[in-house]
Design a protein around this ligand. Structure first.
Ligand SMILES: Nc1ncnc2c1ncn2[C@@H]1O[C@H](COP(=O)(O)OP(=O)(O)OP(=O)(O)O)[C@@H](O)[C@H]1O
Ligand SMILES: [Mg+2]
Length: 530
């Protein structure tokens, strides 16, 4: 059980929520709301890693927390990253190891005794084996366990963070967008897993299907507060819209009544019916329509401009590409020709090499073997799966600075124009990169592509972190784009919205299909039956 008492949070000049009180009981809660509404912030407040402006949170003893950022762990080993899930244990072990390096004194000896007690209390001696059990359950191969986080593929790093959250049997589990970076098979594994979880679960997600399948309640952030609805996401939408439209209807009725009363007052105000006029005025005051707060749901405007210089008819020609990370090759014998105007979805389960393939095509990774010939006038805009590769969150740079630096000669107004379309209006343009939410970061990177206008887009899971409005705006933008687009994603709605070609990384190799997804899936099913 997690209890919030009168929690308020303001960031800069904005109120995210005001005086929120409620209890997350046993059950599976979806925490929803558009990008930037304060979902991650609320989880951080609950965990005590970020202060609330006011209010009190009460928590059970052990709470697991899935973090959204993998960069913070890049130099730790996989095993250590998991063990960090138990803060008390991790801090005690770290302090102990440091003290052992110093010269022994009585004070140090005493402290070591205390630390050993904490470590024993937290089952520190079985920590590694417990971590290994979790990692194995998550399908991570043993050779990863002693590697540094940044040495294993990105999507695997996210699974490690999931193990971190689950470490030490927490009574409550807070997950921030767990399905990002997971393929459909892994998502159904996670759904199954969460169904069996017995404690209090709070999960942030923009994945409607996932929310529908696991949630018993939805806590929705909107109108500067948090409202809890029983049922899953779709049930919440129905209730939320009907409550809202009832309130709007009531307001309309009141306004109509008020204008009738005002008419009466205007007509007879100066006349003889003084008492009737007075009673009408009293009624007008009583009827004041409620001030309905505006919903925070907004839609960005994603339109990639017509490229200044067109690419040649053949955009990229790959012949027998080969790439591996030391061991087994990830990409082998991949050949294809990409033509101007192709709208390609790159699909396939985690670990099959989508990111590797896109990085090779974008020239971000050195080929081991094979030939990659760029076509005439090729100009690539790349969107990495891990936002940290292009947005350095450890500088003081603002969204405006970052975007402006993308182009040599550019007017401030044009930068502001793109920021506005990406929903960074007014002062939001000067938010520091370190403050951006996951979805805001993704929108800013898209803004960079819109500003620079490349003729070929290579996007690696751009829909991760984006809310439903933004994903549909992106699908539209890609379909409308006059250049070439290659996009890795698991999101069917996005794929159906733009893709006219499929590159599928399957267990038995890479398949290329010159048609939409449904057609490819049919063909694949038929081929597998044979
Ligand atoms: N120091 C700051 N200055 C200004 N704004 C800030 C600051 N820190 C956070 N914010 C803003 O607070 C809002 C809430 O951020 P949060 O990360 O909680 O959003 P979220 O609901 O998790 O969004 P997403 O769905 O994109 O992950 C964002 O608009 C963010 O830019
Ligand atoms: Mg977030």
């Amino acid at each position: 059980m997690i209890t919030l008492e009168k929690i308020s949070k303001r960031v800069g000049a904005r109120t995210l929520f005001e005086d929120v009180s409620f209890t997350f009981d046993e059950g599976r809660y979806g925490l929803t709301g558009p990008n930037g509404s304060g979902k991650s912030t609320l989880l951080k407040i609950i965990m005590g890693v970020e202060p609330a402006t006011s209010g009190i949170v009460t928590l059970p003893k052990k709470v697991g927390f899935l973090k959204q950022r993998i960069e913070d762990f890049r130099d730790f080993t996989v095993i250590d990253t998991v063990i960090m899930g138990n803060n008390r244990l991790w801090n005690a072990m770290a302090e102990r190891d440091k003290l052992y390096e110093e010269e022994m004194t009585d004070a140090i000896g005493m402290r070591l005794g205390e630390l050993e007690e904490i470590i024993a209390d937290e089952d520190g001696y079985s920590a590694e084996s417990e971590a290994e059990v979790l990692l194995a359950g998550m399908g991570l191969p043993e050779e990863y366990y002693r590697k540094k986080m940044h040495e294993i593929p990105t999507d695997r790093q996210f699974r490690v963070l999931l193990c971190q959250a689950l470490f030490g049997n927490p009574q409550a589990l807070l997950l921030d967008e767990p399905t990002n970076h997971l393929d459909l098979d892994s998502i159904s594994w996670l759904e199954q897993f969460l169904h069996n979880y017995k404690g209090t679960l709070v999960v942030v997600s923009h994945d409607r299907h996932f929310l529908n399948s696991i949630c018993t309640h939805i806590a929705d952030i909107d109108y500067e507060t948090i409202i809890t609805y029983p049922g899953n996401y779709d049930a919440m939408l129905v209730t939320k819209t009907s409550v809202r439209s009832r309130a709007e209807d009531e307001n309309k009725a009141k306004e109509k009544k008020i204008s009738q009363l005002k008419e009466f007052v205007a007509k007879f105000g100066a006349g003889t019916r003084a008492s009737q006029v007075q009673s009408r005025i009293r009624e007008i005051n009583r009827l004041q329509p409620l001030e309905l707060k505006k919903s925070n749901i907004q839609r960005p405007y994603v339109r990639f401009p017509v490229p200044e210089k067109q690419s040649g008819q053949v955009v990229l020609k790959a012949e027998d590409l080969y790439f591996g990370y030391g061991g087994e090759p990830v990409i082998k014998k991949f050949s294809c020709e990409i033509h101007r105007g192709d709208k390609i979805a790159v699909i396939g389960n985690n670990g099959r090499g989508k990111t590797t393939l896109l990085k090779l095509l974008a020239g971000k990774l050195q080929l081991e073997k094979g030939k990659l010939a760029p076509g005439h006038g090729l100009d690539i805009g790349y969107f990495p799966q891990n936002h940290g590769e292009v947005l350095n969150k450890h500088t003081k740079e603002t969204a405006f600075d970052w975007l402006k630096s993308k182009k040599d000669i550019i007017f401030d107004q044009d930068v502001r124009g793109v920021l506005g379309k990406m929903l960074f209006g007014g002062d939001d343009a000067f938010k520091p990169l370190s403050a951006l939410s996951g979805g805001e970061a993704a929108r800013l990177i898209l803004g960079g592509l819109i500003l620079t206008g490349p003729n070929t887009l290579i996007l690696d899971e751009p829909n991760n972190h984006l809310d439903l409005e933004a994903v549909s705006a992106l699908a539209w933008g890609l379909e409308d784009f006059k250049g070439t687009a290659i996009v890795a994603t698991h999101d069917r709605e996005l794929i159906n919205g733009f893709a006219t070609k499929i590159i599928a990384l399957e267990e038995d190799g890479i398949h290329i299909h010159a048609g939409p997804l449904e057609e490819y899936l049919e063909k694949r099913k038929a081929a597998l039956k044979k």
